[in-house]
Design a protein around this ligand. Structure first.
Ligand code: TYM
Length: 423
């Protein structure tokens, strides 16, 4: 029933122990291991909210049973006499994915196509952590009640877009203090020269000249902490975040070179289409939440008429042919959007609109976008009505995120020489 073997887990460089546990077997064996578990929870901290003590429960859901299997793995590691700190345990044997979005402004089509859409398509393959990064948001002044409202809307949108909150850890960054604690440590392993090169800092500093604060400057270090805290293997982002991914990898490699293999080195992930959506009014600029021209961006909550109107007004050129080429940046951007929404390739799109003008193509792009956004909007409005459901997700997932974050944090603190906690 229980198939136990030693293995080299591919996404980690350390040696690990893996137990293969059929789901049906999980609960029975897990119940038998209840005594071990009670010791185990003392040594690794409390079980995340939502995972019941099997000894106390008469019936558990499949999800709980599945998660419980992860803890049983740890129990077995202890039983086998192996120090659990040295053992690597992956819940459900999956690689880890981390990503996040700022809860500032209104989400744009760029955020959806560049990030959120890929999050959904990758969510079955990885153990996923999706954060509402509200701590990043305060690098620019925010109205407190507005920030709270936007953070909740963003978390609800994650779910409305298709992320299953039972399978994915969807949480507020500010609910996991480990982000700030690891960021401080990583600040001490990041050079001023590296931060000076960050183009996003330069852009934001120019935009907010009256508030060039230290948080804005060290923003990439907090982002590195977000990713490294969960030992993420992969980070799906749009193109504008690649430089931040690069510095994250540099910091992690520098830390590992001194202290050993502590952090997983993350890889960025970008989808085939949509990683670099441009402004509809100026294709030289990226589509952005903070653009002052409302016609430049499609917002996720724009109604269908507004979406079609904005596409009809999109700045293009006088060539009047639907071609995917650098010389026609406005049309290239619209093709990119069309492909990301329909799954077609640029070549297929060129063929479809061969001999047709922009007056056919622009509304077709609008329709394709509406067909993607409308169901998300409907789900968002439905979910928003269920306060208790969303509250419960916030509570449970904060517990889970904290659990994993603390594991990495304690390891890092020990390595750099902070004193052990006395229990
Ligand atoms: P943010 O909130 O600006 O954007 C969220 C995600 O949307 C992508 N994106 C775009 N993709 C394509 N075209 C566009 N026009 C476009 N605009 C935005 C971004 O690349 C991003 O993936 N620093 C991050 C948030 C963050 C984070 C992290 C991300 C904090 N910690 C750790 C990944 C991992 C940011 O400001 O994203």
């Amino acid at each position: 029933m229980l198939n136990c073997y030693k293995s080299q887990i591919p996404c980690r460089r350390q040696r690990g122990i893996k137990l293969e546990l059929p789901q049906e077997a999980g609960y029975l064996v897990f119940a038998a291991a209840a005594n071990v578990l009670s010791n185990l929870t003392q040594s690794v901290g409390p079980l995340p909210a939502g995972i019941k003590d099997p000894a106390a429960s008469n019936g558990v859901s499949n999800l709980q049973r599945c998660r419980a299997a992860g803890y049983l793995t740890l129990a077995a590691v202890l039983l086998a006499g192996i120090n659990h700190r040295e053992a690597i345990v992956m819940i459900d044997g999956k690689k880890v994915l981390f990503s996040g979005m700022q809860s500032t402004g209104n989400l744009t089509l760029g955020n959806y196509l560049g990030a959120l859409k890929n999050w959904v398509s990758l969510s079955d393959e990885y153990e996923c952590f999706y954060s509402v990064v509200d701590m990043h948001s305060i690098t620019v002044r925010q109205d407190p009640s507005e920030l709270r409202k936007r953070a909740r809307n963003l978390l609800t949108l994650y779910i409305a877009a298709g992320l299953d909150p039972q399978k994915n850890c969807i949480y507020y960054q500010s609910h996991v203090s480990g982000h700030a604690e690891l960021a401080w440590i990583l600040n001490c392993f990041t050079y001023i020269g590296e931060l000076n090169r960050m183009t996003q800092f330069k852009d934001k500093a120019a935009k907010h000249a009256d508030n060039i604060n230290a948080g804005l400057y060290t923003y990439p270090v907090l982002m590195a902490a977000d990713i490294l805290l969960y030992q993420a293997d992969v980070v799906p982002v749009g193109k504008d975040q690649l430089q931040h991914l690069e510095i994250t990898r540099d910091i992690a490699q520098r830390f590992n070179a001194i202290y050993g293999d502590i952090f997983t080195i993350p890889e960025p992930y970008m989808g085939k289409a949509g990683a670099n959506i441009r402004s509809l009014q100026n294709p030289e600029k990226k589509m952005s939440k903070s653009d002052e021209n409302a016609n430049a961006s499609i917002y996720l909550m724009d109604d269908p008429d507004t979406i079609i109107r904005k596409f009809k007004r999109a700045v293009t050129d006088s060539e009047a042919s639907v071609r995917y080429r650098e010389e026609q940046p406005g049309i290239k951007n619209l093709i990119e959007i069309y492909c990301a929404c329909t799954g077609k390739t640029p070549e297929e799109t060129e063929k479809e609109f061969d001999g047709k003008g922009y007056s056919d193509f622009k509304p077709a792009v609008g329709e394709a976008v509406v067909s993607v956004l409308k169901p998300i909007q409907d789900r968002f409005y439905d979910l928003s009505k269920d306060k208790a459901y969303i509250d419960n997700i916030i509570k449970e997932n904060a517990g889970k995120a904290n659990y994993y974050a603390t594991k990495t944090l304690r390891k890092v603190q020990k390595k750099i020489g902070f004193p052990e906690r006395i229990r």
